[in-house]
Design a protein around this ligand. Sequence first.
Ligand code: C2O
Length: 553
Amino acid sequence: MEPAVAMIVPLVLALCTAMAGAAVVEHTFNVGAMNISQLCTKSVIYTANKQLPGPTIEANEGDTVVVHVVNESPYSLSVHWHGIFQLLNGWADGAYLITDCSIQPSGNFTYHFNITGQEGTLWWHAHSSLLRATIHGALIIKPRNGTAGYPFTVPYGEIPIVLGEWWNKNVYDVEIDAHLTGLGPTISDALTINGKPGDQTPCKGAGVYEMEVASNKTYLLRIINAAVNVELFFKLAGHKFTVVAVDASYTDPYATDIIVISPGQTVDALTTTSAPPGLYYMAAKVFDSKTVSIPFNTGTATGIVRYTKAPNNTVASMPAMPAHNDIVTAGTFYRSLTGLARPGDPAVPTTVNHSLVVEFGLDQEPCAPDQTKCKNFALVASMNGYSFQFPKNVCLLKALYDGLPTVYSEDFPMSPPPVPVIRKATSVMKVMYNEVVEVVLQSRAYRNNLGTESHPIHLHGFNFFVLAQGLGRFDPRARGVFNLVNPQVRNTVAVPGGGWAVIRFTANNPGMWFMHCHLDAHLPLGLGMVFDVLDGPAPNLLPPPPVGYPKCY
Ligand code: C2O
């Protein structure tokens, strides 16, 4: 770790904030090459400030965050602040070709945003190609008045646990190959905990993340699934968890010995160190929801929790992990969480203006001429029959702002087509300011026996209420069991394979907001759509682009 000068500044500022009002938290991310020896292999990866995971941003609710991103890599990239609302500030969302045209090599851009109305754990990541495998980090939001504002006992310590996925190969090349074969990226070489694979891989001497704890204290683990393509089970031997927040929204305390987390999601969990002093493994392994057998990473990432008073030569104990396909454990965790509805928190809107059914899945299509390694078929994904195409050389937000008529169409359908068709198009759905949108997210079986799997659907620009979720086809009678009182509030929901989830949100933020599967494998295949939320009455208008905004044309 090289604490750059820029990192000292936010620390000082953050300290002041705890006492005074809103502060400015400032960072510089130099994104460039880093040599690393991982899994007994020497690689060059691209990271922010030569750290994996990248620097943690710590702020208080109400603060302004300023991040100078200096692109010293050979790739153009944008950085997305996953889960941050970007209220009237869509230009800073960092979604490549949706809200900006990416920072070119040798270029730089300063992202500027406020954090309002959210507390807990979020994260940031590159939002262009597989680069986010190594360009990501935690974004921690404390209450305005500091830890005293927690709706739970102030923990003795707080530790970010960033779960990741590692490829020995350059991930940019993995992505290119994914397109050439038409089958998506190869499986990763390891899972990681805070950048380290742990000691259960074939490489002896691989890095192990260790955290030291005192006995009989409560710690807050801020768990982030930064893995590119896999949902994960996470456990800590000899310890239990109480979940207190997900996706920077507080939950009712939920006691569990296992965390299930999909890419894009975060889970804040308390754990008390009341076990006999010793060494305990934390472990992460893939929850594989696929109904047909396709190879996946069967490894286990491990880290070690070391009690300060652990006797010498203690052997760490391993948690008993569920089977990879333990859909029951996953479903129970995902469904059991409820939101901590506090006075003043936004209530579930009861009138719905747009009621959509968005059905999505994968299909096969003939290999395209440029897919030179494609054998029998290529994969394609769609939502309501539209396979999302990124615009070329222009982003949607700028096109909207400049009134360019031909960049996208506004015909994204309210429901799936009656007969299966797939159209490749850049199609958005128009929503008026402050309208309430309800979406039945329906995962369908893949055609041609491709099976089905769970998809983490992420919405930019908003949190949503998860009113219900279930297996099979959504039955309108399920409306009777919608939780309108204390549903969980998220920005990413793992829609069960072949199942459904119903989300509801108020479109109180003008801009172009991407809703997509957070398995990066599915993004270039077209598993996404965009909400075009129109300006409201003044002052609820999208402002002009900020200074230095990465140019599209
Ligand atoms: Cu964390 Cu569009 O992504």
